[in-house]
Write a protein that binds this ligand. Structure first.
Ligand SMILES: [Zn+2]
Length: 201
């Protein structure tokens, strides 16, 4: 038996896109209990791809909307395309960060076309999301206090440290330091941009 998970997105203008996220297959005849349902590694991959798909689509639409000049409504010229990486609770995502030249109507004649802006860089003011920072801080506090991690804390593993359990130190000291960005070394890029190999900015 086989399952395919697709992400269907609809922009504010009504444009629809569908991205295939993952395919799971299982033998028709179940041989053992471990073959029933999804396993953690599969859900981690699925969540990472889902996060990348949602985040990249959201940021791309934000950039596209910001490209329209607020003064005259014309599309402001594209200067170049760069990338930014954002650490999230579900992995590191690489997003496109296009730079635009400011519209002439917003500038003096001397400056026309010379001032650049990047809506994505203006949006991504930190390397990681507030949610990831909060979870890391909570997990770090638990480790320092020696309380260990609850089953719910395993969600932090999605950020790149799977299977690492909080163990109280034998002398009561923390088993590990918290607060370090726990992202995977390899980020997930936008699904439709996969394999283009742009430099990270
Ligand atoms: Zn304008």
């Amino acid at each position: 038996m086989q399952w395919t998970v697709r992400l269907e997105a609809r922009t504010s203008s009504g444009e629809m896109t569908t991205t295939e996220l993952a395919t799971f297959s299982r033998p028709a005849m179940i041989g053992r209990l471990a073959e029933v349902g999804l396993v953690l590694s599969e859900t981690k991959t699925l969540l990472a791809k889902l996060q990348a798909g949602v985040l990249c689509g959201q940021v791309a639409e934000h950039a596209a909307l910001c490209r329209a000049c607020p003064g005259c409504g014309a599309l402001q010229p594209l200067k170049d395309r760069r990338t930014r990486r954002l650490q999230t609770l579900f992995g590191t995502v690489e997003v496109e960060a296009p730079r635009f030249k400011m519209c002439r109507c917003r500038l003096t004649t001397a400056l026309a076309g010379a001032v650049l802006f990047s809506p994505v860089c203006a949006l991504l003011t930190a390397r990681c999301t507030p949610e990831l920072e909060r979870v890391q801080a909570e997990l770090g506090a638990r480790l320092v206090s020696g309380r260990g991690a609850s089953p719910g804390d395993f969600a932090a593993g999605f950020a790149g440290k799977p299977g690492r359990r909080a163990q109280p130190h034998p002398r009561g000291r923390p088993a590990a330091r918290g607060g370090r960005p726990a992202s995977s070394s390899r980020g997930h890029g936008c699904p439709e941009r996969a394999g283009r190999g742009r430099s990270s900015g």
